[in-house]
Design a protein around this ligand. Structure first.
Ligand SMILES: NC(=O)c1ccc[n+]([C@@H]2O[C@H](COP(=O)([O-])OP(=O)(O)OC[C@H]3O[C@@H](n4cnc5c(N)ncnc54)[C@H](OP(=O)(O)O)[C@@H]3O)[C@@H](O)[C@H]2O)c1
Length: 335
């Protein structure tokens, strides 16, 4: 089968190529998916760039892509939940090779039927970014009705989900984006938009119960300035906390470096009695089922920025890596 492969550390244009590789074999608790569409996430260009070397080096050539929507081709001996022909989507497990391929393996437990009102192209954009926003707002900060939340980068892959979930949960949403995306984030339900090219969110007078930091860098530490005493800050791009270090099984040396990097953030949190959590999202078929219900009930909508053909998948990752996607970037393996 054909698969887009990472050939060395670098950027999309220099380090990816389509190669002929063998079709993966399905294990007892797994399904083999004939890929219709796949989507890229910033994780993919960061992995290719070598940002996660401390957590393990890549054995090149290696597949790329975590999100898939397609049709079950074959099921493992112990799989009772799916049959050949089912339309499924998944954020595949860390240990499997990429979704930018004609076929991919996923654990049955990491997969779910796609929302009945979405195409494969739309469904492929959901798993990683959708689960991230869902896990951040429900599992980590447990956002509740009437609370005020600041969502950084509301126009991005994760932000477009987060605004909609937060509204679905009954929260009051403020988000940051640039001028060209103001209409988009308003349509998704944002109550207040801060155009970061003209205004500074740090000037906000009313403090927030919750901040969802999708940007990292200075934004993580600065966000405590607009957080209420006792508030909750969840980050997916800032410094890693001890819970996540354990989740990765990082060695003591790496954990110590991370703890050193996190000390300012933890100090800022403790000064106002706030909580800080870094979330590294995880695959979940049962949460994908919950998301499917939200699409089917019309509570949330899928925002696709651009869809590319397989032959242009390198261009798709190059586009995403510029950091200005509006919603999700999809690659249609079958068109
Ligand atoms: N820890 C985890 O499990 C996890 C999971 C998913 C994602 N992530 C990380 O979370 C981050 C966001 O992911 P994503 O998929 O949403 O990325 P993305 O789709 O590439 O985000 C692009 C969006 O960010 C906006 N943006 C850029 N700079 C901004 C700024 N200074 N202020 C406000 N908005 C800004 C852009 O809007 P403009 O064009 O208007 O600038 C664009 O719409 C990435 O770093 C990713 O690696 C982590």
């Amino acid at each position: 089968m054909k698969a887009l492969m990472m050939t060395k550390y670098g950027d999309a244009l220099s380090s990816l190529e389509v190669q002929e590789v063998s079709t993966p074999k399905v294990g007892d608790n797994q399904i083999l998916i004939k890929v219709h569409s796949a989507s890229f996430n910033p994780f993919d260009y960061k992995l290719l760039r070598g940002d996660f070397k401390a957590m393990g080096k890549i054995q090149f050539p290696e597949g790329i892509g975590k999100d898939v929507s397609g049709v079950v081709e074959k099921v493992g001996k112990k799989v009772k939940t799916f049959k050949a022909g089912d339309k499924v989507y998944s954020r595949i497990d860390e240990s499997f090779a990429g979704t930018m391929a004609e076929y991919v393996i996923s654990n049955a437990s990491d997969s779910a039927n796609i929302p009945s009102n979405l195409s494969h192209e739309e469904s492929a954009g959901v798993p990683l970014a959708g689960l991230t926003a869902y896990q951040a707002l429900t599992d980590v900060v447990k956002l509740s009705k009437g609370e005020r939340i600041l969502i950084h980068a509301g126009s991005g892959g994760v932000g477009t989900f987060a605004i909609q979930f937060a509204k679905h949960l009954g929260a009051k949403v403020t988000t940051t984006t640039s001028t060209k995306n103001i209409e988009l984030v308003k349509k998704l339900g944002a109550d207040k938009v801060i155009d970061y090219t003209k205004e500074n969110y740090l000037d906000e007078e009313n403090k927030f119960d919750v901040v969802f930091d999708t940007l990292g860098g200075n934004h993580t530490l600065d966000s405590f300035k607009v957080l209420k005493d006792g508030g909750r800050l969840v980050s997916i791009a800032g410094v890693i906390d001890s819970i996540t270090a354990k989740q990765f099984g990082l060695n003591k040396f790496v954990s110590l470096i991370l703890a050193f990097q996190a000390r300012k953030v933890l100090k800022a949190a403790s000064k106002i009695g706030a909580s800080y959590r870094f979330l590294f999202m995880s695959s979940s078929g049962s949460q994908l089922k919950e998301l499917a219900k939200l699409y089917e009930s019309g509570s949330i909508k899928m925002i696709v920025d651009k869809a590319y053909i397989f032959g242009d998948s390198i261009k798709a990752l190059d586009y995403l890596s510029k950091g200005h996607a509006k919603g999700k970037v999809i690659v249609n393996i079958i068109k």
